[in-house]
Design a protein around this ligand. Structure first.
Ligand code: SDX
Length: 428
């Protein structure tokens, strides 16, 4: 029997259907709220508002659960690969051997980009943040593939855009880094797997032989899996709402990259390292910085802590924290800020302010420590997040489009001036 919710307003009773998902989450369907009552809801930051139904990713913030298409993140991080997880998120099922090989081959054969894109890259000064370079080059794909401007083309054509995005993102990401370093860009090496190809494009120099360290490639693959999707987060919601206007997939993903850039979202992984470096430079006094984070008059926040959904440990943070110990040991790296991070975590988890607000380490708290150990520079950390999140953004854009969702256009409550007459300049 379907549930419903009742609302009383100005002596009138209203009843709205309640929908329940496959994990027993329930929502009031308010599609007819304004038409029947004249009311709208108000929820800045959408803390209590569901924007859509989705079959892609399930989070349970209280229990610290994350599953992609029903598969536990712990199992996927341990047993799968980033390309296999990408296939799962986008097409809904784990691929067969043949499906995986075809997908992987398709991606390998689309890694090159039009030479004219180099002219766009060369237009950026070397101090350009790689996230701005990346979002610009992704959006530039609309110029090189103008047929993509119509997202309602055949499934084959939409799928080709999807393959091109996954194939070319590592090329663009590494070119953004090379632009910053003043080094020549590297072309893809189709004999390598996805992560090894990325690392070679990122770090190879024409003057020296470069061999990919399998430990580094494996650590990177796990990190990309852990970042691959996270239901309706800020950047994914941005991709969906831009896509809902029927803008191209490239424009939608470029918008998502820009939303991820902010330090409250994907930019936090860069801010965490900058914070830990500052604490180290300031004598390593974790308690001093906890006090700053608790001080309402101090804008400082403990970066990498807290989450809109997780009110328990972010399961990704648990996996990354363990991986950080493993990777640094395998690489023989002794990074003092890992100790500072652990000390800060312990202090925060036993501090009433953080306990009362259910603030735990999130995905960004430890990821930067691994990226550093892999030789990736701090301002490339959020680019790494975008590389990982790309299949999730694509899957969510594809689902929004296949569900025929309407253009996203929230309402508001107006609080400005009431009607008034125009006053000529000489009377003001
Ligand atoms: C990501 O949404 C996703 O799924 C995102 C993500 C993904 O995979 O896509 O998981 C990736 O973005 C992870 C989050 C990365 N951001 C950070 O680490 C930045 C630091 N954290 C925050 O600024 C904050 O916790 C947010 C933005 C993550 C969540 O903010 P909310 O849900 O809007 O919560 P809030 O800002 O209203 O905070 C609630 C209370 C406030 O105190 P009071 O006003 O109740 O006294 O907790 C405090 C906040 O001041 N608080 C913090 C804090 N985070 C929240 N205080 C100190 N340090 C912090 N980090």
């Amino acid at each position: 029997m379907s549930e419903s919710a009742k609302l009383s307003f100005k002596g009138q009773d209203y009843e709205f259907p309640v929908i329940t998902g496959t994990e027993n989450e329930s929502a009031i369907d308010i599609a007819k709220l304004r038409a029947s009552s004249g009311l709208i809801t108000l929820d800045p930051g959408y803390k209590n508002t569901g924007a859509t139904t989705s079959a892609i990713t399930f989070l349970d913030g209280e229990e610290g659960i994350l599953r992609y298409r029903g598969y536990r993140i712990e199992d996927l991080a341990e047993k799968s690969t980033f390309l296999e997880v990408s296939y799962l998120l986008i097409y809904g099922e784990l691929p067969s051997q043949a499906e995986y090989e075809n997908f992987s081959k398709e991606i390998t054969h689309h890694t090159l980009v039009h030479e004219d894109i180099k002219k766009i890259l060369e237009g950026f000064p070397s101090n350009a943040h790689p996230m701005g370079v990346l979002s610009s080059m992704i959006c530039a794909l609309t110029a090189f593939y103008p047929e993509s401007l119509n997202p309602n083309r055949s499934e084959e054509e939409v799928n080709l855009s999807i393959i091109r995005l996954i194939a070319k993102m590592p090329t663009f990401a590494t070119w953004a880094y090379k632009n910053e370093m003043g080094h020549p860009v590297n072309y893809p090496d189709n004999s390598l797997d996805y992560c090894s190809n990325f690392l070679k494009m990122m770090f190879a120099l024409p003057a020296e032989k470069f061999d990919v360290d399998p430990v580094v490639a494996s650590a990177l693959d796990k990190l990309l899996i852990l970042h691959a999707d996270h239901e309706q987060n800020c950047s994914t919601s941005t991709v969906r709402i831009v896509g809902s206007s029927q803008a191209s997939i490239y424009a939608s993903i470029s918008a998502g990259i820009n939303a991820l850039w902010g330090p409250l979202h994907g930019g936090a992984n860069q801010s965490v390292i900058e914070m830990l470096e500052a604490i180290k430079a300031d004598g390593g006094d974790a308690k001093k910085y906890l006090d700053k984070a608790k001080d309402k008059n101090d804008p400082f926040r403990l970066m990498g802590f807290g989450h809109r959904v997780y009110k328990n440990f972010d399961p990704r943070a648990k996996i990354i924290k363990k991986a950080a110990d493993d990777v640094l040991e395998k690489l023989g790296v002794n990074d003092p800020i890992l100790d500072i991070a652990k000390e800060l975590e312990q202090a925060a988890l036993s501090d009433q302010y953080f306990i009362d607000r259910q603030l735990y380490p999130n995905v960004d708290f430890y990821s930067g420590i691994i990226y550093r150990a892999l030789g990736i520079p701090t301002d490339m950390f959020t680019v790494m997040f975008a590389l990982g999140r790309l299949p999730g953004w694509i899957a969510q854009w594809k689902e929004m489009r296949e569900n025929g969702e309407p253009i996203g256009r929230p309402r508001q409550i107006y609080t400005g001036a009431n009607e008034r007459d125009y006053v000529s300049m000489n009377r003001r």
